[in-house]
Design a protein around this ligand. Structure first.
Ligand SMILES: [Zn+2]
Length: 120
């Protein structure tokens, strides 16, 4: 799974904009199913706890492959509630403060961290 650099930079900017609230959105792919290049903003209220966010209430879209959300603290490790949400997505990103590329961590559906492969 590869990630578009401009997308990740946009996510970091969005996280900074809503800080100290949590940013959350979904990640999407287009033709290349292994290339995450789309951000699908969901109709959720910023600032609500991510754990209250229900993936099953979102419209089904086969192009959605996972989630991204921010942690206003520097701790970018998934909470127990995060892990439950992660189980329904293939790739899940947590962006920790200060919201730069180096503070993004990637997890699979089982909560196992994997190295983020960033391409231009
Ligand atoms: Zn979280």
């Amino acid at each position: 799974m590869r990630f578009k650099k401009a997308l990740l930079e946009g996510i970091c900017e969005a996280c900074r904009n809503v800080h100290p609230s949590e940013f959350l959105a979904m990640l999407g792919v287009k033709e290349d199913l292994e290339f995450v290049e789309e951000l699908v903003v969901v109709p959720a209220e910023f600032g609500k706890s991510f754990s209250a966010y229900r993936l099953d209430l979102q419209p089904l879209d086969s192009k959605i492959v996972g989630t991204v959300h921010s942690h206003p603290s520097a701790n970018a490790l998934p909470s127990r509630a995060d892990l439950r949400v992660f189980s329904r997505g293939k790739v899940n990103l947590i962006v920790g403060f200060p919201y730069v590329l180096n503070s993004i961590r990637a997890f699979d559906s089982s909560g196992k961290e994997f190295a983020l492969e960033i391409v231009e």
